[in-house]
Ligand binder design. Structure first.
Ligand code: HEM
Length: 295
């Protein structure tokens, strides 16, 4: 889990930089309007991240069930809070007419139904993604225990897909008419179709895995299905945002950003980073050799 979270956080850095450059006013204003909630994101992430290491430790497994449940619930609530902040930030950034009211009242000023549905879409959708990653790891193991775990993953994936799909459909119908028209129109329906095909692939194949041991081809097809649904949903999400913003106001900033290359700096940083990663690998290898020699 700590590794998966590190990977997710690292994967978020580049898009975060782009969002700030591509939509500066909308993004920063939403950050400011979220006020203490946005300021809490990093401290909450740090605490939750280190608690994941505690969950992995031997000491944790010796604690009582209520104590373990409390820690696990705290971690889950922390990540839910971070997810909520990202969703609220995204929605506030799109609803520019509400900015003065949010500023004056200090309240988030966006529909709680919309936020909740989005959280269900992302949280529900995260489960099948996690399941397929875990299923690949299980595929090397061919015993009864692996089979039981695989079926549990299948049930969890189908549950997550059901939650995300229901929330997605309800979300579509509560959208304003122009956004809904965009999704069901000629452009949006292509990506909606891609997302739906992705979900169908996953549902069919996970259902097959519930009955019989998985094959590598099935896992590969589920992976493709997961990617298709992620791509489809992400493009629709972006299309809705673009339809809410006045792009003419952004062109000037985008032209300036386009001229700032920074390729030389990128190369220097890439070399430095590769060297640091290389050094880490060498240190770990030396450490491992030393430990095995001591044994
Ligand atoms: C465990 C912690 C995190 C959770 C649960 C989380 C969850 C989310 C969710 C649910 C969204 C989509 C919001 C929506 O469309 O409704 C999102 C968007 C995003 N997240 Fe994360 N996130 C986390 C950490 C991070 C971190 C640490 C970064 C950056 C390093 C990051 C970068 C982004 C970016 C760039 C977006 C897109 C924002 C936009 O388009 O306006 N996330 N995140």
């Amino acid at each position: 889990m700590p590794f998966a979270l590190s990977a997710a956080i690292t994967a978020g850095v580049a898009p975060l930089l782009f969002v700030q450059i591509v939509y500066p006013t909308a993004f920063y204003t939403a950050n400011l309007l979220l006020w203490w909630r946005w300021m809490l994101v990093i401290p909450v992430l740090i605490v939750a991240f280190y608690l994941l290491y505690l969950v992995k430790s031997r000491r944790y497994s010796t604690w009582s069930f209520p104590a373990r449940t409390l820690i696990a619930a705290f971690i889950a609530a922390s990540f839910l809070f971070v997810g909520f902040c990202w969703t609220a930030n995204h929605l506030i950034s799109m609803h520019q007419t509400s900015w003065p009211e949010i500023y004056e009242s200090g309240n988030i000023g966006i529909s709680s139904i919309e936020v909740t549905l989005r959280v269900f879409i992302w949280a529900g959708g995260a489960i099948p993604s996690m399941c397929i990653m875990a299923a690949w790891q299980l595929s090397a193991q061919d015993d009864q225990e692996a089979r039981i775990e695989e079926r549990r993953l299948g049930r969890a994936a189908l549950g997550g897909l059901t939650v995300a799909t229901i929330a997605g459909v309800v979300y579509l119908f509560q959208l304003d008419e122009s956004s809904r028209g965009l999704i069901l129109g000629s452009f949006g329906s292509i990506y909606l179709g891609i997302a739906v095909v992705g979900v169908i692939l996953q549902v069919v194949l996970w259902s097959m895995i519930l009955r019989n041991r998985s094959t590598r081809l099935q896992l590969a097809m589920i992976t493709v299905g997961t990617l298709l649904s992620l791509i489809g949903v992400s493009v629709l999400r972006e299309a809705i945002r673009i339809s809410h913003l006045d792009l003419n106001l952004l062109f000037e900033d985008h032209e300036k950003a386009w001229e700032i290359g920074g390729f030389t700096l990128f190369l220097i940083m890439a070399v430095v980073n590769i060297a640091v990663i290389g050094l880490c690998v060498v240190m770990v290898r030396r450490g491992l050799k030393q430990t095995s020699a001591e044994r």
